[in-house]
Ligand binder design. Sequence first.
Ligand SMILES: *Cc1c(COP(=O)(O)O)cnc(C)c1O
Length: 468
Amino acid sequence: MNFPSEPFKIKVVEPIRRTTGHERDRLLRDAGYNLFQVPADSVSIDLLTDSGTSAMSDRQWAGMMLGDESYAGSKNYYHLEETVRSIFGYKHVIPTHQGRMAENLLFSTIIEPGMCVPNNIHFDTTRANVEHQHAEALDLVIKEAYDPHCDFPFKGNMDLDRLEATIHRVGRKRIPLVMITITNNSGGGQPVSMENIRQTRALLNRYRIPLFFDACRFAENCFFIKEREPGYANIPMLTIARELFSHGDGCTMSAKKDGLVNIGGFLSLNDDLWAQEITNMLILVEGFSTYGGLAGRDLEAMARGLEEVLEEDYLRFRIGQVRYLGELLDQSGVPILKPIGGHAVYLNAKDFLPHIPQSEFPGQALAVALYRDYGIRGVEIGTLMFGKKDQTTGETLHPELEMVRLAIPRRVYTNMQITYVAESIIELYRKRELIHGLALTYEAPILRHFTARFIELHEPSLLHPMTA
Ligand SMILES: *Cc1c(COP(=O)(O)O)cnc(C)c1O
């Protein structure tokens, strides 16, 4: 079946507070048209992120009650260690409270100033953690990744020619490791093929450079391999995951994604010396090596989440639900980024709102309209997030892609709620010429999207207030 129904029943529910269009209009004005400043209980369907927003299973909640809160040697740590080893296959398992701490520990240990870390595309925190060590974070994804209309099945693949050219240019001694992000979050949640991983490994073997994975959405990537890559259709998910990680030397992980938990992460690797140094630093900044800044119950929920995330029924539903939203939109002519990624659907705001120039933040204007009219919260990934001022001319440089990301939390919304999202966006698309641009009134010097404030360039028309 193309769009499988939910492979779970709902046992606990969280009511959604109903808001009116007038209330949301007022909240938007108060928030300076910044959706990060809107209280979450005023959002009907929250698609801001898939990070830490998963619903845990009854089995995970039961595991929370089995939390062993011993300072050292908690049994939940041993369960996590065993689970991570059985999937990822690396020797050392170092828990952290989230993914960025795993990155920070890894890079602060192995990078020296002036080094360079290639990746398909660095996620923001990964890039920031590399640059924080005065090293260069290079994105070497294949060029198809930057074409929103190209439907190549593995748009997260590493460009091997550019990788080899980079090794020649900077020298292998200045590359402590190469990373591959699966799926490629910043490139639209696009997968990397096993073939590409195998070839990257072979290339790096010639130069004796380690390969690490940014494994946040590894299960989703493995499902795409099963679906799309010849030879994998009948291979169990766990076998695919093991093969994938066997090509690497370690990984960083935010369990807030494919760990199916609300908080947690880890670093796993084979190198004894690196592991020792990282563990020493972990004890300084996070906690002892058998809890790493988490409670025992969190470790247990994470171990159980990692087991559940590879269940094929779950993944078929998960990837199917995201695809369902994307296809409903696509069939109605709403411009989206293709192919549809693993964790989110991206609206192409340039094509959605061709009458709004990039200097007037079409992505943000679209996200604002979607919230005001329908109570749905997405996130702008465009001029607001990535626009840069040219240091010499003072002119704003606009990014190539102008998007609104609709990230789908795992096991949280039903297909009926997803249908509501699709119908709302289709209706908004039909009246798109009523949407106006925005002008910035405040921006912080870094990461401006979290706190920026705007005004609307024309008196806002309340397009379609939701009836109370
Ligand atoms: C979320 C994410 C991270 C960072 O993880 P946190 O748990 O948010 O610190 C790193 N890489 C990728 C690809 C991510 O999606």
